[in-house]
Ligand binder design. Structure first.
Ligand SMILES: *Cc1c(COP(=O)(O)O)cnc(C)c1O
Length: 233
């Protein structure tokens, strides 16, 4: 298993380096978040031991159990999926980064439930495609909310997170990523000092190379890392 996992990880890292270079950056400018929601604790740990120290989960329950099982390794946990209000108390303290800051209500809850001295780095999730079934701020909702968000002093807003439309393939994905970057550039012009928008969390297995070309600084990659591996839960 380790050989296959190592090969997959090497290939993803190579693609990240190539795409970063193509956008005039070094590979280190892009953080790989290994999304481990498909695999068991053993496989998650194997990925960590191969050097992938940033791990992402979209379901709170999985994050709880893995974080407990891997407590002595202390990976950096990234919450990338929707977090219900009644799960923040148990989830937020475990995080290194909250990607799915998808509403003012959730951000307020995260602010309340963060117990550590250093503020929790968090991103504002944007519903780029405007699909009503999706979570996230609509692009037009962010600017009017920025002052209220900036007042949440236990959070440090570091950027925007988004997902490409399910339909439309890579062409549409590229447009969605460009739209997120353009939104970021526009918001920056009138942004409270407390908020930084340097990070762009965008790109998954099938489109992370495009996302990097469009300026992603964090990519969330799952299935490609686990191809050919039987690590299901
Ligand atoms: C599952 C998931 C990913 C990773 O998706 P893959 O296509 O398996 O790489 C990235 N981001 C979010 C929010 C996810 O839920």
């Amino acid at each position: 298993m380790h050989t296959q996992l190592r090969e997959n990880l090497d290939r993803v890292r190579e693609m990240i380096a190539d795409a970063a270079k193509a956008s005039g950056r070094v590979a280190d400018a892009v953080c790989l978040i290994g999304v481990t929601k498909y695999v068991d604790i053993e496989t998650t740990q194997a990925l960590y031991e191969l050097g992938c120290r940033d791990l992402g989960e979209s379901r709170p329950q999985l994050l709880w159990s893995k974080s407990e099982a891997m407590a002595d390794l202390s990976p950096r946990w990234h919450m990338i999926g929707h977090l219900q209000r009644n799960k923040t108390k148990r989830t937020i303290p475990l995080l290194s980064v909250l990607h799915s800051g998808d509403s003012l209500r959730l951000l307020k809850a995260a602010n309340e439930d963060w117990p550590h001295d250093q503020p929790l780095p968090a991103l504002l999730e944007v519903n780029i495609s405007g699909d009503t079934a999706k979570h996230g701020f609509l692009p037009t909702e962010i600017a009017p909310a920025l002052r209220q968000i900036a007042a949440l002093s236990r959070l440090k807003i570091v950027g925007l997170m988004g997902m490409a439309s399910l339909e439309g393939g890579r062409d549409q994905a590229q447009k969605d990523f460009a739209a997120l970057r353009e939104l970021r550039d526009k918001l920056r012009k009138d942004c409270p000092d407390e908020i930084s928008l340097d990070e762009l969390s965008m790109g998954m297995s099938h489109d992370f190379d495009l996302a990097i070309r469009e300026g992603a600084t964090m990519v969330r990659v799952g299935s490609t890392l686990f191809e050919g591996i039987d690590g299901g839960r």
